[in-house]
Design a protein around this ligand. Structure first.
Ligand code: CMC
Length: 432
């Protein structure tokens, strides 16, 4: 506890309530309210948890005012420039950058776990070909708990470790199988001599009848996107994983819950929604009409890919992705043929000069440009959120592992402010 104290006035009794605060290494201190209910009989009220810290964590730090994002203390810009997705996975999971030997061993272990139990592939036949891939992926991940019994004792560190390597290794294979099922094409098995992102591209885009070579630019772009999406502290899907996991459920079910939470358009589903929106806008001359719709309180339309609960200055991931968009489109020879990118750039400029967006601190977020890159790589819209899920799996795993080992962690059980009817007597149906 820090020596700072914090007080609340009880308006009924006039009594001053002293509450202790704990300092953070970076960012705001927290006020400890764990005894508030038992001692004062009141709950705190914070719908959406905008002012509530649900845990202490050592993994990711965000400063929303300054536009800072760090994994284990390393700024995202440095990791994006110098690291690789596999190295970032190691960093998030184990807390430190690996030595050369540690990275090789980790990388090899991930490569060795890529193949799916053959029974899984038969599960896909139970889905219609037009099923959304997120529905298939969350369902199949939940089913993993029915297979890998050697990794469901969450108190065993060896179980947790094998689970972690297994899910990180298999999620691209599951995603690719969902994609192939939607195309009615044969599943493509992983090739363990390929790196993480190259393997994913191979499983997505190769067919048994033709030879396929991974484009190194596509693999590099994917690797960068995955680094940027790997973790984001206590966001909606990560909090879902922690909450589900806090009951002691098996980790595959907890990750599946996170995938479901990610799917929503206010969260990971925004990358798909951005492309839908840009296609609907269609032409730069329509931008002002859509900006006006976004500003209209009576209209549910929002500018997808704009705004963030935490970032109120800029989303550092969006800045990196925006730059990469230029690079990828240029290298793939598509820069001159990408009307959606042009439209996105113009929309961004118009919105950034608009007082509504300025006053509400609404800036492009990570999803505003990521879909354009995915599209350039040939990934269909319905797979965008799946790509996000693949990258975020390591974040969910790292946060889940931290929670399981945290002596302060208890089953998550929020309370409520009840505003329904007071007590009343049951009336027999004939008297109603
Ligand atoms: N377009 C128009 N108005 C907006 C937008 C937007 N994209 N985002 C927020 N606002 C307005 C909102 O209507 C509210 O206005 P008022 O004060 O008049 O009620 C104000 O700005 C504050 O917004 P909020 O909804 O209270 O903010 P929030 O923190 O609850 O929501 C958000 C954050 C990301 C869900 C929201 O900005 C949004 O829906 N954005 C579009 C969807 C999107 O791009 N999501 C991806 C987020 S980043 C990736 C991820 O986390 O997965």
């Amino acid at each position: 506890m820090s020596d700072k104290s914090f007080s609340l006035i009880n308006h009924k009794s006039g009594e001053q309530l002293g509450l202790e605060t704990s300092d953070a290494v970076l960012g705001p201190s927290v006020v400890d309210i764990t005894k508030l209910y038992s001692e004062q009989g009141v709950f705190t009220y914070d719908p959406g948890f905008g002012a509530t810290a649900c845990c202490s964590s050592t993994i990711t730090y965000i400063d929303g005012e300054q536009g800072v994002l760090m994994y284990r203390g390393y700024p995202i810009e440095q990791l994006a420039e110098k690291s690789s997705y596999t190295e970032v996975c190691y960093l998030l999971m184990y807390g430190e950058l690996p030595s050369k030997q540690e990275l090789e061993t980790f990388d090899q272990s991930i490569r060795n776990h890529t193949m799916l139990n053959e029974s899984f592939l038969r599960f896909f036949n139970g889905f219609d070909h037009d099923a959304h891939p997120m529905a298939m992926v969350s369902g199949i991940v939940a089913c993993m708990s029915a297979f890998y019994h050697d990794t469901t004792d969450i108190q065993e560190s060896a179980h947790r470790d094998v689970f972690a390597h297994r899910i990180i290794a298999k999620i691209p294979t599951i995603a690719a199988a969902a994609y192939k099922h939607s195309l009615k094409q044969p599943f493509v098995y992983p090739q363990n001599q390929l790196g993480y992102c190259s393997n994913l591209l191979h499983m997505f885009f190769s067919v048994p009848t033709e030879s396929y070579e991974v484009d190194p630019i596509a693999a590099e772009a994917l690797d960068l996107l995955f680094i940027l999406h790997a973790d984001h502290e206590q966001n909606c899907s990560t909090s879902t994983v922690r909450l589900a996991g806090s009951s002691g459920t098996n980790p595959y079910s907890a990750i599946s819950a996170g995938i479901s939470a990610l799917w929503g358009p206010a969260h990971g589903g925004a990358n798909e929604a951005v492309i839908n929106m840009l296609e609907e806008v269609g032409d730069p001359k329509n931008i002002s009409k859509y900006v006006a719709k976004a500003k209209d309180r009576e209209d549910p339309f929002r500018l997808m890919g704009f705004g963030h609960r935490v970032y109120k200055n800029h989303d550092p991931r969006a800045t990196i992705i925006r730059e990469m968009c230029h690079r990828v489109l240029e290298k793939l020879g598509q820069e001159k043929d990408t009307p959606l990118f042009e439209l996105a750039l113009e929309l961004e400029q118009i919105a950034l000069k608009d007082s509504y967006f300025i006053e509400k601190n609404l800036y492009p977020n990570v999803d505003f440009y990521s879909g354009i890159i995915y599209q350039a790589l040939g990934v269909p819209k319905s797979m965008f959120t799946v790509m996000f899920a693949i990258a975020r799996t390591v974040g969910w795993v790292a946060q889940w592992r931290e929670m399981v080992r945290d002596p302060e962690s208890r089953i998550g059980r929020p309370r409520q402010r009840y505003i329904g009817p007071g007590q009343r007597d049951y009336l027999p149906i004939a008297d109603r």
